[in-house]
Design a protein around this ligand. Structure first.
Ligand code: FAD
Length: 431
């Protein structure tokens, strides 16, 4: 028997689960499908290897959904300072004062309590699944993937791997970067693979929980520190952190082949002195990184959100933040569509969604490429430019704070000069 819904959301990752919760709160009947199930949270377990910096803007959104309150009872780590600097050594470096190219964004300069939070993806997803389960009009169907999406004149039919069939007005593809829904809707992508990969390492360090997240840029890629919670009674006076080491696949393969004590010593040597003393490596994994943008955000009765529509370089931790903004935008437009008595796959509604989200997502992708290009090479003028750029940013609090407010999701637009630089980028090859 075919079960009928207003909307079928495929993919209950952070973005799909957030969207399904919001739609349920607004009375839509929704089936939320995922081939996996979200693991339960256990306060004794080590942190998830995958963590995200969630902006203050999206904290508000997750609070509206009721997820933030649940995440806070599990674990999340606020940061009040964000540091960025250039670690490249070059003959020109001697002409510049040490750490001229360093910028520290501070919550107090922005009259706010914190700049954002570092949260384990498992915590965010688990909290959102709890919210989904509280919605009477949402069915969470976990443990079965989608094998077919068939679009008809008056509805779409989604077939699950176990043979169940669901009908709906609109199918949302929230099934990540390798989206099957996108493929089944015949939506192509523009994709570029970066030469760098990202290695994420879960560590414990000696000391109290830090209030700063930082990123030191090397020509081979950034090295970043993201603070997590205290290690508790089991390891007194120790805290958890997530490190990200961007480098060539060869270098990362060499690092991954090391024993944990050797890797720990190598990290301590290669990261800047700001890294607190490490005591333990829990786990590590590397991820290829790509810039990918769907050629269209919708086709007929299928629409894309989150990583299925766009993936960006994770160096400024904006991927899921953009996905949450897609979800909010789509939810608002679908409410309006229903108020106006239109079908939920109405083409003007889906076009409006794309008109609102594509430029914002593209701007962020280009801004990330601007950083990637500026910092991933040793060309002397660029070395000077980025140091002067960071030095000027530090000296010009107004501009600096606008960048921070943009990254925090409080301000919609990048400062004009960065928009201009970013708009010139497509002609630049990825180094
Ligand atoms: C190293 C690294 C660091 C990052 N750091 C940050 C950060 O600090 N901040 C940030 O904002 N972003 C960060 N990101 C990006 C962020 O992780 C992604 O943008 C985010 O996970 C995308 O969420 P999503 O829900 O769109 O997709 P996903 O998280 O990929 O979820 C997709 C879901 O769909 C399900 N699914 C897939 N196929 C099917 C199918 N056929 N049928 C049914 N279900 C299916 C999957 O099981 C999964 O649950 C980082 C990424 C990387 C690689």
């Amino acid at each position: 028997m075919t079960q009928a819904y207003d909307i079928v959301v495929v993919g209950a990752g952070m973005v799909g689960a957030a969207l399904a919760t919001g739609l349920g709160q607004n009375g839509f009947s929704v089936a939320l499908i995922d081939r996996d199930s979200a693991g339960a949270f256990d306060p004794a377990q080590s942190p998830d290897l995958r963590v995200s910096a969630i902006s203050a803007g999206n904290e508000r959104y997750l609070r509206q959904l009721g997820a933030w309150q649940k995440m806070a009872t599990m674990r999340l780590t606020p940061y009040t300072r964000l540091g960025v600097w250039d670690e490249t050594r070059h003959p020109l470096s001697n002409l510049l004062p040490a750490r001229l190219g360093q910028t520290i964004f501070n919550a107090t300069d922005l009259n706010t309590g914190h700049l954002g939070h570092i949260v384990e993806n498992r915590v965010t997803q688990y909290a959102l699944w709890q919210c989904v389960r509280e919605q009477p009009s949402v069915d969470l169907l976990a443990g079965s993937g989608v094998s077919a999406v068939c679009q008809q004149q008056d509805q779409a039919t989604v077939t699950l791997d176990d043979g169940r069939e669901l009908s709906c007005q609109l199918v949302v593809g929230a099934d990540g970067a390798q989206s099957r829904v996108r493929e089944m809707a015949d939506i192509g992508t523009q994709r570029d693979q970066y030469s760098q990969q990202a290695m994420v390492i879960s560590v414990r360090y000696r000391g109290a929980v830090e209030d700063i997240t930082w990123q030191a840029f090397h020509p081979s890629g950034p090295r970043a520190f993201l603070p997590l919670h205290s290690a508790g009674d089991a390891f007194p006076q120790e805290s958890w952190a997530s490190l990200v080491w961007y480098d060539s696949p060869d270098t990362l393969s060499r690092l991954k082949a090391m024993s944990k004590p050797d890797l720990l010593a190598e990290i301590q040597r290669a990261f800047p002195p700001e890294l607190p003393p490490l005591t333990h490596i829990d786990a590590c994994a590397s991820f290829p990184i790509a810039r990918q943008h769907a050629n269209s955000y919708s086709n007929g009765r299928v629409v894309l959100v989150g990583d299925s529509a766009h993936t960006i370089n994770p160096l400024a931790g904006q991927g899921v933040n953009l996905g949450f903004q897609d979800a909010q935008c789509l939810q608002d437009l679908l409410k309006e569509c229903r108020r106006n008595g239109l079908n939920l796959s109405d083409s003007s509604c889906l076009q409006q969604y794309e008109q609102q989200r594509r430029p914002a997502n593209r701007r962020m992708m280009l801004a990330m490429d601007l950083f990637y290009y500026l910092f991933s090479n040793r060309i002397p003028p660029l070395h000077l430019a980025r140091n002067l750029g960071l030095g000027m940013a530090q000296a010009l609090p107004f501009a600096k704070n606008r960048v921070a407010r943009y990254a925090m999701g409080i301000e919609e637009e990048l400062p004009a000069v960065l928009q201009l630089l970013a708009s010139r980028l497509p002609s630049l090859p990825l180094p």
